[in-house]
Design a protein around this ligand. Structure first.
Ligand SMILES: Cc1cc2nc3c(=O)[nH]c(=O)nc-3n(C[C@H](O)[C@H](O)[C@H](O)COP(=O)(O)OP(=O)(O)OC[C@H]3O[C@@H](n4cnc5c(N)ncnc54)[C@H](O)[C@@H]3O)c2cc1C
Length: 559
């Protein structure tokens, strides 16, 4: 049974007018929702939910009507809800604060369901679960695309801090309005109103009144309540470190099989895959799927099954001397668990160019998503690297930029890139491949303005190029594990059959059994995905390893 027997009436006027955002439940569906909720009457103009409050209940309109009104700027009706329609968007699943006000438009009767009841409906009623999840996600997507939310970011696209904050909000799917100081004529007036100087940018106006000057990602997460409702101190069955495809898969399988799972993520869920413009080789998506779409769905799936995710919470140490192990995070707090899955992936190598850091986020990027493409406008760009991610970036950027130069150190792409991408690069007149070529200098005042490179013949060339995408191989995020689990000479985590007797002896392996397939040199600590030695660096292998690690976690917990 699918959601097809839900009728979709023309929506009443409101800012969001896509009829797919307003499913009207059938009488049988309303009866099943009613069984999980409580009936209540409403008074004229009654306010049911204030922006910033949590947990947010769901309201199903029986009679009368509701309206959802935006929290920032002049009061604007975002959604109008009539009988048979329900309130809510993804914060029903995440437990995060309300982005807008819910108020009574016309008094009548409602069914009110608290968050636990909504999660129970989603988990047990396949038909209603599909309708609710799809509607919540579509509403969030619509809010993001229209910038309707509780956050206003003011900054300059030439400023690394602005780009970092914008990327953090975007990758966490948090709707926000961006005011570009370089483009908006009245931006200075706005800064003056909040007593902010240009040196304070980026500035985040959080929930309409709180002003954050150049906030860290952790501060942004705190202010917007991205970690609201997560209680990090109790002993968990499983802590997963890293919310890329591998970590999210472990969270989905762990939580769906009844484990109490907490995921720690240093930045935003999605990992490298979340920065991919289009993944075309992941099973089941013949026309490809964007990385943010795939990992956004995985995140919603993990949360639906009850996993919790702490965002902007970097693991800095594994306290492994005694069990239960604990993961220490950068704010000094500890999270203990019976089992740990490490899924911290890799990050791109930084080229040895002395002033590289000066241009990171101001012309030098490590991801090629729609956000970076927008910053490039129609300019000429450079992609450095010969792997699949570089190939994808080149093909993607060629759609919107004037020309893409792909720079590789090797003599060709055949050994490092999939054949289908090589052909697309060869066939695309907007892409030029420069083999045996390396960047030698970056120049610019604040933002990157010129790039010099040298080719195999030693010929140097300098061009006025303002955007360079670095896709140059990877180093594992395992520096925080030193001394706890055996690593290979490149820092990748050794597991299962890769562990030698010497590794086990050095780690003091205490058991008579050998380590399980994905187990490290510490019993109960597993490693999956790109950070694991021998892993094939693909989304499918990350997802596969994350999923099967849970079978070993079960064996461990039941022994
Ligand atoms: C641009 C691009 C395009 C790609 N395209 C494809 C493709 O088309 N097909 C394909 O199969 N593969 C593709 N890949 C590769 C694929 O994305 C990776 O193999 C996959 O994402 C690895 O998943 P992972 O979960 O192991 O690690 P990652 O995706 O790297 O995720 C690791 C996560 O851990 C977090 N983390 C790191 N350190 C810590 C810490 N100390 N504490 C807490 N959290 C931490 C990171 O922030 C990150 O979110 C692409 C990669 C890139 C960069």
């Amino acid at each position: 049974m699918t959601a097809e027997n839900t009728s979709v009436a023309p929506p009443p006027a409101g800012l969001l007018a896509n009829p797919r955002l307003f499913p009207t439940l059938s009488a049988a569906q309303i009866a099943r929702m009613t069984a999980r909720g409580r009936r209540r009457t409403t008074a004229s103009r009654e306010i049911l939910v204030e922006p910033g409050s949590r947990p947010v209940p769901l309201f199903l309109v029986v009679s009368g009507g509701l309206q959802i009104v935006s929290a920032t700027g002049p009061a604007t009706t975002i959604l109008n809800l009539d009988p048979g329609q329900f309130s809510g968007e993804t914060n029903m699943i995440t437990g995060r604060p309300a982005l807008a006000r819910t108020e009574v438009r016309e008094p009548g009767e409602l069914i009110e369901l608290d968050r636990e009841a909504v999660l129970a409906v989603i988990q047990t009623d396949a038909e209603l679960g599909e309708i609710l999840m799809r509607t919540f996600i579509l509403r969030r997507v619509e809010l993001i695309s229209r910038g309707i939310g509780d956050a206003v970011l003011i900054g300059s696209t030439h400023c690394a801090g602005t780009l970092r904050a914008k990327e953090f909000l975007t990758r966490n799917g948090h709707p926000h309005t961006f005011i570009d100081l370089d483009r908006e004529a009245d931006a200075q007036e706005l800064l003056d109103r909040f007593h902010v100087t240009p040196a304070d940018v980026p500035v985040l106006i959080c929930r309409g009144d709180l002003i954050l000057r150049n906030p860290t990602n952790a501060r942004i997460a705190e202010c917007l309540g991205l970690n609201a409702g997560v209680e990090p101190t109790h002993l968990r069955d499983l802590v997963v470190v890293g919310a890329g495809p591998a970590g999210l898969a472990a969270a989905v399988y762990g939580a769906s099989e009844g484990l109490d799972v907490l995921v720690l993520e240093s930045d935003a869920p999605g990992g490298q895959a979340g920065t991919s413009s289009r993944i075309e080789n992941y099973l089941g998506f013949p026309t490809g799927i964007s990385g943010p779409d795939l990992t956004g769905r995985a995140q919603a799936q993990a949360l639906k099954f009850g996993a919790q995710i702490l965002i902007a919470r970097r693991a800095t140490q594994l306290a492994c001397a005694r069990q239960p192990y604990a993961v220490v995070t950068e704010d000094g707090s500890r999270v203990s668990a019976r089992a740990i899955v490490i899924a911290t992936g890799v990050q791109y190598r930084r080229l040895a160019i002395p002033n590289l850091a000066q241009f990171e986020g101001a012309g030098v990027y490590y991801a090629a998503t729609a956000m970076e493409a927008q910053l490039c406008g129609g300019d000429e760009v450079i992609v450095v690297g010969g792997g699949n991610s570089a190939g994808q970036a080149a093909v993607f950027l060629a759609q919107t930029t004037r020309h893409v130069h792909v720079l590789v150190r090797s003599a060709g792409l055949a050994d490092t890139m999939s054949r289908y991408l090589i052909r697309r690069i060869e066939d695309n007149p907007a892409i030029t491949l420069h083999t045996q070529t390396e960047i030698t200098a970056l120049e610019g005042n604040g933002h990157l303005e010129r790039v010099s490179w040298t080719d195999a013949t030693g010929t140097a060339e300098t061009r006025n190029i303002r955007h360079v995408f670095m896709m140059t191989g990877a180093v594992p995020h395992t520096e925080w594990l030193h001394g706890c689990v055996a690593l290979d000479d490149k820092g990748f985590i050794k597991t299962g059959p890769d562990l030698s007797q010497e590794d086990l002896a050095a780690a003091g392996w205490p058991l008579s059994r050998a380590p399980y397939l994905l187990e490290t040199s510490r019993p109960g600590v597993f490693a999956v995905g790109d950070a694991r030695r021998g892993n094939i660096k693909r989304v499918a292998s990350a997802v596969g390893e994350g999923s099967i690690s849970i079978a070993f976690v079960h064996q461990l917990l039941s022994s």
